[in-house]
Design a protein around this ligand. Structure first.
Ligand SMILES: Cc1cc2nc3c(=O)[nH]c(=O)nc-3n(C[C@H](O)[C@H](O)[C@H](O)COP(=O)(O)OP(=O)(O)OC[C@H]3O[C@@H](n4cnc5c(N)ncnc54)[C@H](O)[C@@H]3O)c2cc1C
Length: 484
């Protein structure tokens, strides 16, 4: 149902004029997330300032049968926060308070619009940190992290978001408020908390989130190991894990990524490297020393020609800056890129990386690789130039890479979610029965299907019709028009 003026008036009465946006130039800001190839203009954007206001908005949507999409910072890379055309976007930006710091219980309670990094900043002086650290952590929100079950470089040892959320207040699509979990671990009954984390905005809106924080480790050591080839680096990853060492992080960057990151941030990555591993070890000093010696030995035996340990905090931060800023640095080597997110069994990393290189060659496009190697979570960045009409080819190549991950026994997303981007790929991994079970779970929370419709589960409309990936207008192609 399209929105009428009465709806806008009712929302203004609920939230105040300032927090209900209807002008086209205001709505445009919300027309996509980090997957910028997909765009749709909502009819209205609301910015509620409390749980009660979120409830009132969803009650109205429920009454009117209006589709709504929750939005955090809009950094998602799978189109999860892509608006439904003519629907409502519920921005959680104003719900950005840290409500409680309870270190005696190892818990921090936040509103969903709090940025990920702000949780660590709030507790670090007292010697604590929040472990899941997406590379977008300076801006992405805890609400978005919960919805995507986000990961990050340091999730190898400590686990993904799902392992760090113990409680949620959730506004269901009919406006009812429910409590899932609390401060204690493992609540009784069905694991509805686990079902909500990673549900990509399809089960309701989280308005209050209880997080587990961890003590800072006694010692942290960051090593850089440079190899001539990705094969060698992949071998070292398997070697480290196979030796029973669990680093806080093992990240890999290939030659193209190193070139871009070096140009953007100058971290001093070694010349001539075909791949670099960043290995971080943390824990008690004696154990870290022992593990460091073992990791150095394994890397050497796998062909590392340069191994360095960051001597001080500033050097360590710079090495990480190159890795965490790698996506943003791609602008140095390509006008456009598409981020793929797939998982492969760690032992098959070298083989899949070779296959990705072959696929890039077959499709005539370059692919840079930067990823959470310890988890086997690949992020191939398909480089293309939209102005030269390469966008469709990039998408086809990205899909072929995903198929290669699945063929190797992997999964279609590691941490960026399914969203709109991969809904059509779901049947490649899940059977019809699986998909039916997902749909029934979803319907138990949202029988009317108003919460983020068209995402995650494939529907004929999504897989065949608009909104679709951006295609260049002929006028743009010949340089007479520009997309802003
Ligand atoms: C440069 C860059 C690097 C990135 N690196 C990583 C990485 O290392 N690891 C990683 O996992 N991801 C990464 N991402 C992806 C992205 O940052 C994460 O998915 C993040 O969790 C999205 O948070 P957000 O606040 O931007 O959410 P949005 O993009 O606004 O929303 C994401 C999804 O969450 C839903 N949602 C938002 N808030 C709520 C809520 N309160 N209740 C219910 N549903 C809600 C939305 O409807 C949508 O489906 C990266 C993105 C970029 C641009």
């Amino acid at each position: 149902m399209a929105l009428d003026d009465a709806v806008a008036r009712e929302l203004r009465a609920l939230l105040g004029d300032r927090f209900v946006l209807t002008e086209p130039e205001q709505l445009r800001v919300y027309d996509c997330d980090g997957l910028t190839g997909w765009r749709a203009q909502p009819a209205i954007v609301v910015l509620p300032g409390s749980t009660e206001e979120v409830q009132a908005v969803l009650r109205l949507c429920h009454r009117r049968g209006l589709p709504f999409v929750a939005r955090g910072a809009g950094t998602g890379l799978s189109g999860g926060a892509l608006p439904v055309a003519d629907g409502v976007v519920v921005s959680l930006a104003r719900l950005n308070r840290i409500l409680e710091i309870d270190l005696a219980s190892q818990r921090v309670v936040v509103e969903p619009g709090v940025a990920n990094l702000d949780v660590t900043l709030a507790v670090e002086e007292a010697g604590w940190f929040y472990a899941p650290d997406p590379s977008s952590q300076q801006v992405c929100t805890i609400g978005g992290n919960v919805a995507e079950n986000s990961g990050g470089a340091h999730c190898l040892k400590n686990g993904f978001t799902v392992n760090h959320v113990t409680g949620l207040s959730v506004v269901l699509p009919d406006g009812e408020l429910v409590e899932l979990g609390g401060k204690a671990l493992d609540p009784d009954g069905y694991d509805l908390l686990g079902a909500f984390v990673g549900s990509e905005g399809t089960l309701g809106i989280a308005t209050r989130i209880t997080l587990r924080v961890l003590r800072r480790p006694e010692t942290v050591v960051t090593l850089l190991a440079a190899f001539r080839t990705s094969d060698e680096a992949g071998g070292a990853v398997s070697g480290v894990i196979g030796a029973g060492i669990v680093p806080a992080a093992i990240e890999m960057m290939d030659e193209l990524t190193l070139e871009a990151a070096e140009a953007a941030y100058h971290p001093g990555y070694p010349d001539g490297a075909g791949a670099v591993l960043l290995v971080e070890l943390d824990g008690v000093a004696v154990q870290v020393d022992e593990d460091e010696a073992a990791v150095v030995e394994i890397c050497r035996s796998c062909g590392a020609f340069d191994i360095r340990t960051a001597a001080e905090e500033t050097e360590r931060a710079l090495l990480w800056k190159g890795r965490k800023g790698a996506f943003a640095a791609m602008g140095r080597v390509s006008p456009d890129y598409y981020v793929q997110d797939g998982v492969v069994p760690r032992t098959r990393l070298p083989e899949v990386l070779r296959r990705i290189t072959e696929l890039g060659r077959e499709h005539g496009l370059r692919v840079a690789n930067v990823f959470h190697a310890g988890d086997g979570n690949l992020h191939p960045l398909v480089l293309y130039d939209a102005k030269r009409g390469e966008a469709d080819r990039a998408r086809v190549l990205a899909e072929a890479i995903l198929a290669a991950c699945l063929d190797a026994g992997g999964s279609l997303t590691g941490e960026h979610g399914v969203g709109v981007d991969k809904a059509c790929a779901m049947p490649q991994m899940f059977s019809e029965d699986d998909l039916e079970a997902f749909a029934r779970l979803r319907a138990a929370f949202d029988p009317e299907g108003c919460a983020n419709p068209g995402k995650v589960l494939p529907t004929p409309r999504l897989c065949g019709e608009v909104p679709g990936p951006y295609r260049m207008h002929p006028l743009e192609r010949i340089g007479l028009a520009e997309r802003l």
